[in-house]
Design a binder for this molecule. Structure first.
Ligand code: GLY
Length: 560
């Protein structure tokens, strides 16, 4: 009894950390969109109300985010998505960026074989061949029903008429001002004389023109003609290596999503080149044998168990995961139940495990705004879960002059030197080494949950290496602890990634007693600002939808 009481007190205190004005989230009867930006959600809702499918709305939201959310929304980056049609058919689309043809294994190393700091993270050489426009035209062609022109036009209007900056966006642009100046050969429109203020209009006329070319010529409006010319010219100005041939060659790929089970639920998630889905299914597979509910939400026991499964799967990530088109990823072995049980053999519920002695990386402590996720369901019950990215906030900080969009710095998601940590502090090995045309390993984990053959949840998040862990905890919050979607999304989270050997916790994310209990077991805790920004939708028992929009950002759930 006392244990249950303590757990309830812990839940209460922890959930108040990200208190919402509407703790029950947005409820809608027919359709819903949840994204990182109110304008993008508004545009998605408009498309749904016009009779578009979830896939039409996804295309509209993706292009809208490229305008109103330049920190991560993009046409100069890439992404991955999983979908579930009303019929139950599932699929996945990989529009992840690729290494250019001229890329090579040691391109970020000096003559002595040492990493040249920052080269894979900022500037023209950090850029992978963008996949977003091909991905979106591909998605629309296969699953859209409204004319393409109709779904892209709201983004064009937004770019031309201007986006009203939120406080967070104004701060993001001001904080990156010096980098925008440093890494561009012209003054991009993201730079202002003086500082941006909340409520100001950001107009992106060149971006509007680029989007018009995509509207009029489809993928050719980006990978050929004027836009391709502007990209290649930009590359030449900054010693980048993307060529016309790279652009012409780029194709997004339909993939089979990974499908697993957790205590009677079907989990549909992303396959390689994202490692996120494998990690998520591994963690759920390890946790299935434990009674998390009985342990209590955010009890020291539950947190320790979650951290220990995270530690183990991130160790696997470093060795085995990469673009499976280039290197055999042992997916079946990694998801094998006996293997997962064996991985937990050395788990000691009283004591912290110890990660091996490989040089630990330093993880960024800033809020995880890199990458963005949106979840959509339409009136027929079609669902799509999409994560899209420039990698770091504002990508390589390079804008294509004359075309008005930022380029990604996704090359840093390769293992630029085996054992050397990337921006997120994760270590990679030979499997994820750079090769021409290869896709860099991702952590993006767009996921859909089914129960008894029916749609149950659509979920995903940004946050680099923290992504699979945030998705895991959100799913557990609902399936194990019975939280509603908004509460599950707002609840505090933790993150362990094997190296560095610490548990990252959100500031005020766990109470003092729990922190002390974990430290006593031998864990080192490191406090940081928000972990992930989950945007998710839950199907309620009466068939209505509850949106969970992460209160860590400007995220917005809208439905009708
Ligand atoms: N660039 C972040 C990811 O793909 O995981």
């Amino acid at each position: 009894m006392r244990f249950i009481f303590n757990s309830l007190v812990l839940i209460f205190f922890s959930l108040t950390v990200f208190a919402q004005t509407n703790p029950n989230g947005t409820i809608a009867g027919q359709a819903m969109v949840v994204s990182a930006h109110p304008e993008a959600s508004r545009i998605g809702l408009e498309i749904l109300q016009k009779g578009g499918t979830a896939f039409d709305a996804a295309v509209a939201v993706e292009f809208a985010l490229a305008v109103c959310y330049p920190v991560a929304g993009n046409i100069g980056g890439g992404g991955v998505l999983v979908y579930r049609k009303k019929s139950g058919e599932v699929g996945a689309l990989d529009y992840r960026e690729k290494a250019p043809l001229a890329a090579h294994r040691d391109m970020y190393l000096d003559a002595q074989g040492n990493v040249i700091a920052g080269l894979s993270q900022n500037g023209h050489l950090a850029v992978g061949v963008p996949g977003t426009v091909d991905g979106m035209t591909n998605l629309h062609q296969k699953l859209g029903i409204l004319p393409f022109k109709e779904v892209i036009q709201p983004a064009i209007d937004l770019a031309r008429n201007g986006v009203t900056l939120t406080e967070k966006e104004a701060r993001g642009l001001n904080n990156n001002r010096e980098d925008f100046i440093k890494y561009n050969h012209f003054t991009p429109p993201l730079v202002k004389n003086g500082t941006w203020e909340k409520g100001e209009l950001l107009r992106l006329e060149d971006l509007a023109k680029t989007l018009e070319r995509v509207r009029d010529y489809g993928r050719a409006g980006f990978y050929e003609g004027e836009t391709a010319y502007l990209i290649v010219r930009e590359m030449q100005k900054g010693k980048g290596i993307i060529t016309y041939q790279d652009l012409q060659n780029y194709r997004s790929v339909w993939r089979r999503p990974l499908v697993g089970n957790y205590k009677g639920h079907k989990i549909i998630t992303m396959s390689p080149p994202s490692g996120g889905g494998i990690l998520l299914l591994q963690m759920l597979g390890m946790l299935e044998n434990y009674d998390l509910k009985k342990m209590g939400w955010h009890s020291p026991q539950a947190l320790q168990l979650i951290a220990e499964v995270q530690r183990r799967v991130f160790a696997d990530r470093a060795t085995y995961l990469c673009d499976a088109d280039f290197y055999p990823v042992p997916i079946d072995n990694l998801l094998n139940k006996r293997y997962l049980a064996k991985r937990m053999k050395d788990y000691n519920p009283q004591k912290a495990g110890v990660s091996s002695q490989i040089k630990a990386g330093e993880i960024s402590e800033t809020i995880s705004e890199q990458t963005t996720h949106y979840s959509i369901v339409d009136k027929w019950g079609n669902a799509v879960s999409v994560t899209t990215t420039l990698n770091n906030g504002y990508g390589a900080k390079v804008m294509v002059e004359g075309a008005g969009f930022l380029l990604n710095n996704e090359m840093d998601d390769f293992s630029i030197k085996p054992g050397y940590p990337n921006f997120y502090g994760v270590i990679g090995g030979e499997a994820n080494a750079i090769a021409p045309q290869k896709r860099m390993l991702s952590s993006m984990t767009p996921t859909i949950v089914e129960k008894n053959g029916q749609l149950k949840m659509i979920v995903g998040t940004p946050g680099g290496s923290t992504i699979p862990n945030s998705v895991l905890q959100t799913i557990l919050n609902v399936l194990e602890y019975g939280m509603g979607m908004q509460v599950a999304v707002g609840a505090s989270r933790l993150h362990h990634q094997w190296q560095p050997d610490v548990i990252f916790v959100e500031e005020n994310g766990i109470d003092k007693k729990t922190a002390e209990a974990l430290e006593k077991m031998g864990y080192k805790l490191q406090y940081r600002s928000g972990i992930g920004r989950v945007d998710a939708i839950l199907v309620l028992p009466d068939g209505k939808y509850e949106g969970g929009a992460d209160p860590r950002g400007d995220d917005t759930a809208l439905g009708y």
